[in-house]
Unconditional design. Structure first.
Length: 177
């Protein structure tokens, strides 16, 4: 029986988070997708990110609140693709102050399961239509979001640089323990 209720996967863009979440879902673990990818894929999403990054962060926050509330209503274990502190990392990287509502959520809506970090992994990193960062920017993003999680009192656990089956087994073992 899995004991954690809310865990998250953070880390670098293109480090295999979404692939891992899909595998965990296939194994029967409830997951919540990253809100930013859906925003970027929607009409005007890339422009919002490029031209109004603060509004993009607020849209990510609203999406994260929806996934948080969905997990609360469902109950049981949920593994999130990113979390509230990821938004703080994004804001800091973009040079913005953290709005009080986002800081408040980071302090009060707490993840009680492990926070897994998918470190930047050059061998699998690929740009795509929503993942526009260079390799160097992906590494900087990883540093910023990891620092934000730590600033809010979490101790991210690095995922192994391994195949999807091994990564999923690692997550399952950590959730069980």
């Amino acid at each position: 029986m899995l004991s954690a209720r809310k865990a998250a996967i953070t880390g670098a863009p293109g480090a295999g988070k979404s692939t891992l979440l899909a595998e965990l879902a296939r194994r029967g673990i409830a997951t919540e997708a990253e809100g930013a990818r859906a925003i970027l894929a929607a009409p005007g999403g890339m422009e919002l990110r490029a031209e109004r990054p603060l509004d993009f962060a607020l849209a990510m926050f609203e999406a994260e609140l929806r996934t948080w509330n969905a997990a609360e209503a469902r109950g049981g274990v949920t593994v999130f693709d990113r979390g509230f502190p990821d938004i703080v990392g994004f804001l800091r990287l973009e040079g913005f102050a953290v709005p009080a509502e986002i800081d408040r959520a980071c302090r009060s809506l707490r993840y009680d399961g492990p926070i897994f970090r998918a470190p930047a992994w050059r061998a699998i990193y690929r740009r795509d239509s929503e993942r526009i960062q260079s390799w160097e920017e992906a590494v900087a993003s990883d540093d910023a979001v990891t620092r934000a999680w730590r600033d809010y009192g979490y101790d991210p656990v690095d995922l192994p640089l391994a195949g999807i089956a091994e990564r999923a087994a690692f997550v399952e073992t950590c959730l069980d323990g």
